[in-house]
Write a protein that binds this ligand. Structure first.
Ligand code: PSV
Ligand code: MN
Ligand code: MN
Length: 432
């Protein structure tokens, strides 16, 4: 059994107080769904089986390129980040794994990370490499690129870092490496567009060769930033071409914030799923660019439509279809624990709403060219308040009926604030 950071008695009291209300709402929803031919118990079981990984870097307050306003009791190192992730999982029962980012989360002996995770009931999802900033003391700068750099020495160093991430990931039980590079050009003519991608592929081939048999590498694309003229891995087309070039262990990762506004992301999801290259997600929300806002906070319908495509792929491909789900958010004005809990629940909500779609009816409307009824079929699922299912799933799994309320009542942040005094200039990554 794992360490419980929120007192079990407090959690039991919280759930006892809310139990009657949750049950009443659950029963009402259950009869409404039964009239629609849906079994609420099936949905609750699905909700209990849902999992999305939490990013270690989300546990601290983020910041923008203008400033960072520190929060109280922020984690000062990866072990404290893991504690906060333990709280998130204890209360939501939806986040059993953490996604680490190296070198930010590097410690002397990676087995300590695994033990710390186990003690908290946490496993580890994909590990993320960082060649988009220079680590303290590294020999060659990434100012002009990493895996695509003109400098062979810089490329070698970036390759070696990714291979080290694989080694660290093996020690903690991860099964995938996510590679995002900020490489690109800020000026037309700055570099040869095709040459840069050739160098990227050469570098990735070396990383791919170091993957254990049961590992995947996820290629994460992003439209722009920090390269404002031409980003080497800017879109899913480039990502797909590279993943195809590299081989079956290479897949594409879709970060919802990495597209131009109004891009039809659910169609990208459908395309990647169709060709067996959908590796996973970084969930977040955005209005303008890579905003890293809380999942479902701006466009919950888009999140639902993404899960609707995932439901379609799961129906077609069965158990073989299993993309990784991770959050990737930056919290500037909220308590990161509250944001990550709410976001995990928002993603879980979209998953359950998508499970409510009457797929046979939808297929019928599509076949009959009844656009209006097809759209209404999706809306009927999206409009359903599945909150009582999510609350019941949490209660049955040992989490909190209302995670944010239980967290606030627990005083965890106050305890963290006294145990973790603020340091001047500390950043969320632990690197100043
Ligand atoms: C890049 O914008 C990104 O989404 C990648 O996933 C990075 O690894 C992450 O943000 C963390 O800063
Ligand atoms: Mn991301
Ligand atoms: Mn991003």
């Amino acid at each position: 059994s794992s360490a419980q950071l929120i007192d079990q008695g407090l959690l039991a009291d919280h759930n006892d107080k809310l139990a009657a209300r949750v049950q009443a709402d659950y029963d009402a929803l259950g009869s409404m769904l039964a009239r629609r031919g849906q079994d609420i118990e099936r949905l609750t079981t699905l909700a209990q089986g849902f999992a999305v990984a939490v990013p270690s870097w989300g546990a601290g307050t983020g910041g923008t390129r203008f400033a960072r306003f520190a929060g109280r009791g922020e984690p000062r190192n990866v072990f404290e980040k893991l504690e906060d992730c333990g709280v998130i999982h204890q209360l939501t029962q939806a986040t059993p794994a953490v996604s680490l980012h190296f070198p930010w989360d590097k410690v002397g002996d990676a087995r300590e990370l695994r033990q710390a995770g186990e003690a908290l009931g946490l496993g580890f999802d994909a590990v993320n490499s960082n060649t988009f900033s220079d680590a303290v003391g590294q020999e060659h700068s990434y100012k002009f690129g990493s895996l695509t750099a003109n400098s062979a020495a810089a490329r070698e160093q970036a390759i070696a870092h990714n291979i080290e991430c694989i080694e660290l990931g093996r020690a903690i039980g991860s099964k995938a490496l996510t590679v995002w590079v900020g490489d690109g050009a800020n000026f037309p003519g700055q570099h040869n567009l095709r040459g840069a991608l050739e160098r990227y592929l050469d570098s990735m081939r070396a990383i791919y060769a170091a993957l254990p048999d049961d590992w995947n590498v996820f290629i994460e694309h992003k439209l722009f930033e920090p390269a404002f003229y031409a980003t080497t891995i800017a879109d899913w087309g480039t990502s797909f071409a590279c993943a195809t070039e590299l081989g079956p262990k290479a897949k594409c990762l879709v970060d919802l914030g990495h597209h131009a506004p109004n891009t039809n992301i659910e169609m990208i999801v459908a395309r990647l799923a169709q060709f067996g290259k959908l590796g996973g997600f970084h969930f977040n929300d955005s209005k303008y660019g890579d905003d890293d806002l809380d999942s479902g906070s701006i466009n919950p319908f888009q999140l639902f439509l993404v899960f609707n495509e995932l439901a379609d792929a799961a129906e077609r491909d069965g158990a073989a279809f299993k993309p990784s789900y991770m959050l990737d958010q930056s919290h500037n004005v909220t308590d990161p624990i509250e944001s990550l809990m709410s976001s995990a629940v928002e993603v879980q909500r979209a998953y359950i709403q998508s499970a409510l779609v009457d797929r046979a009816a939808l297929a019928g409307h599509q076949q009959g060219n009844d656009a209006l009824q097809a759209a209404q079929t999706l809306k009927a699922a999206f409009r359903t308040d599945v909150g009582p299912i999510l609350a019941m799933a949490r209660i049955r799994s040992g989490g909190a009926a209302d995670p944010v309320a239980a967290y606030r009542a627990s005083g965890y942040r106050d305890r963290a604030a006294s145990a973790r005094p603020a340091r001047a200039g500390a950043s969320s990554s632990g690197i100043v």
